[in-house]
Write a protein that binds this ligand. Structure first.
Ligand code: SAM
Length: 211
């Protein structure tokens, strides 16, 4: 079966090659064609998941909480096809760039917050969201997902990239993923997993829904 790309994400010829693409103002020097801009899966774990054919459940127009937005590379593409996109990042330096990216996008709301403390942004982020997209690259990635489950609708989706080395630099990535998935299963039902090579080494893409 051909996996579904969210509405607003297409594979298009750009600069002589086929690329995943969304429509919006360019952010990181990516190739463009009119309003379309390439989405580089080498710079984006969510882009890699879509490129590898993972069925994320994202549909286009979704309401999204994005955890670990950094400078907004991926969050900008999400805001191009999604509805309201709340982007949490706790490091002030990348958050400054994120604010610049959000200035061009009326539906992207940057939050300089710690994703382990959802109570600090619960007054801003709406309830019953369609998706939590997570790329926090920190120890305790399953816990971050569990803590932010409160924002998701019962039929919502967690779309997470788990970085093995953030949990344990010395352990086998496969063992780390097993542990993270076991913890995640306490709060979520895991629907799909996919290693993100060749785009990102030792990362696991996970799609899950709340229990
Ligand atoms: N998702 C980004 C993208 O594709 O454009 C890249 C994210 S980078 C791999 C991970 C980010 O998570 C870093 O910017 C880091 O500061 C942030 N981060 C890690 N722990 C966090 C936490 N507890 N709360 C908020 N942000 C966190």
């Amino acid at each position: 079966m051909t996996p579904t790309l969210p509405e607003g994400v297409e594979r298009r010829p750009l600069a002589g090659e086929e690329h995943l693409a969304t429509r919006g103002p360019p952010v990181y020097g990516e190739p463009t064609d009119g309003t379309w801009r390439a989405w580089d899966p080498g710079r984006s774990k969510l882009g890699a998941m879509l490129d590898l054919g993972v069925e994320t459940g994202l549909a286009g127009g979704d309401s999204v909480l994005y955890l670990g937005a950094a400078a907004g590379t991926t969050a900008s593409h999400v805001a191009d096809f999604a509805g309201p996109t709340y982007a949490v990042e706790f490091a002030p330096r990348p958050a400054r760039d994120l604010v610049g990216v959000a200035a061009d996008r009326g539906n992207l709301f940057p939050l300089l917050k710690d994703a382990r403390e959802p109570a600090t942004y619960a007054h801003v982020v709406e309830a019953d969201l369609d998706a939590v997209v997570q790329d926090v690259a920190t120890r305790g990635q399953a816990r971050v997902a569990a803590l932010n489950r409160r924002f998701l609708a019962d039929d919502g989706r967690l779309v997470a990239a788990v970085k093995a080395r953030s949990e344990d630099v010395t352990a086998e990535p496969g063992d780390v993923f097993e542990d993270v998935l076991a913890e995640l299963e306490e709060t979520y039902e895991v629907l799909a997993t996919e290693r993100l090579e060749p785009h990102h080494d030792d990362h696991l893409g996970v799609v899950a829904r709340p229990r």
